[in-house]
Design a protein around this ligand. Structure first.
Ligand code: SF4
Ligand code: SF4
Length: 379
């Protein structure tokens, strides 16, 4: 395992993201705990020391399961990151209640890393209005009390919003977690965010290195220019190597859902990951092509699902929508999958309320996409 220095700590270059733990019967709230614990053990035994969870992951069960798994190890032998769920603005003002519950769920009395989660257009005013909501003040108080060792933030929003937050709180926070991968380098202006963090000397933690799986399983035709450069490297290695080439790179969080993914990722981090300039150029060209492919950039983060009054499995529907748009040769898949769902879970059940889109970090027009999907399905 590769490590990097953060203050006086040595953090593993690969972090364990507990956002896509294995689940039972496809139910995102029912974590398959024995398998998840086996994965945590494997990660720990192979040098991963950074574990990342959040209030909303798996309906709160990510915190509980990860907490139970890590409780079997000495507290100082791992670093645990958790986050304030600012993606739901009704949580502003409930900082204490949520923080105390998070400590309880995780079974710890401090967090090594704590993040103000998903700073974006939807909540930037709340985050910055410290007089009214007291967000920053509360976490500074917890840091003074030793209950937060390092304070940071995560951001999915646009660059302007990101900079507003950084300019206001850049002297207080120690790190930022951003969506970073070779597709978003230009598509979501991740490059400008990286440069702003580098200028301020803040550590960069990475989320969505594989963009929720969009950068995995790329077809051979698209992979051909990369294969010509490195015949043996697969799409996952290319994606991580891109990140390994960036100065000041911190822990890369990958939300792994099974042992095979975990083993493959850990094996890659056994050696230095880096690309030549030529390789970066070819990879960024692939990123541009993928960004312009048909469909919507859903990362299956599930932030939206608890906001849907119709209880639709939005990520699954968008996955089918993307599949349908991008692979006309497999046009039977979406109708077949929908055929197995009750009508009240179909895209046509969406009432267009927009609650989901308000919290989507990828700023996807979800009701628009579902309406289009329903139309394509003749519903
Ligand atoms: S717009 Fe549709 S999918 Fe989104 S929350 Fe409303 S009903 Fe659910
Ligand atoms: S639609 Fe947006 S919020 Fe919902 S799972 Fe996809 S990326 Fe996440």
């Amino acid at each position: 395992m590769q490590y990097f220095d953060f203050r006086d700590l040595k953090l593993s270059a690969l972090g364990f993201g507990a956002m896509r733990l294995p689940v039972i019967d496809g139910d995102d709230n029912r974590v398959d705990e024995p398998v998840a614990i086996e994965m945590v053990d494997y990660a720990y035994d192979h040098g991963i020391n950074y574990f990342d969870t959040a209030w909303g992951y798996h309906g709160g069960n990510s915190e509980r399961v990860l907490g139970r798994a890590l409780a079997r190890y000495p507290r100082e032998s791992f670093y645990l990151a958790d986050k304030f769920p600012g993606y739901d603005v009704s949580n502003f003002g409930k900082h204490e209640q949520i923080f105390e519950e998070q400590l309880k769920r995780c079974g710890v009395d401090y967090f090594d890393f704590y993040l103000m989660h998903n700073v974006c257009e939807l909540n930037i005013e709340q985050y910055l209005d410290d007089e009214r909501f007291g967000t920053l003040s509360y976490y500074i108080e917890q840091a003074r009390a030793g209950r937060i060792k390092h304070l940071g933030f995560s951001a999915h929003g646009n660059f302007e919003t990101f900079m507003r937050f950084l300019e206001a709180y850049g002297d207080v926070v120690e790190f930022a977690q951003i969506q970073l991968n070779y597709m978003d380098w230009e598509f979501q202006n991740a490059r400008a965010k990286v440069e702003a963090l580098q200028e301020r000397g803040l550590a960069i933690m990475v989320m969505e290195p594989l963009r929720g799986g969009i950068l995995v399983g790329i077809d051979e035709e698209r992979m051909a220019p990369l294969r010509a450069l490195r015949p043996d490297a697969n799409d996952v290695e290319w994606a991580f190597s891109f990140l390994g080439s960036i100065d000041g790179m911190g822990t890369i969080l990958s939300g792994m859902s099974n042992m095979d993914q975990l083993r493959e990722n850990i094996a890659l981090f056994d050696h230095d990951l880096a690309l030549s300039e030529e390789e970066q150029g070819v990879l960024l060209e692939l990123g541009r092509k993928l960004a312009s492919a048909k469909g919507v950039p859903c990362t299956a983060c599930h932030y939206c699902t608890s906001h849907c009054p119709k209880d639709l499995d939005i990520p699954r529907l968008l996955e089918l929508y993307n599949e349908h748009l991008s692979r006309p040769d497999f046009a039977f898949i979406a109708p077949m999958a929908l055929g197995a769902m009750p009508m009240e879970k179909h895209p046509s059940a969406c009432i267009g309320c927009g609650s989901c889109a308000d919290v989507c970090p990828q700023q996807i027009d979800i009701p628009g996409a579902l309406a289009h999907f329903a139309e394509l399905m003749g519903e």
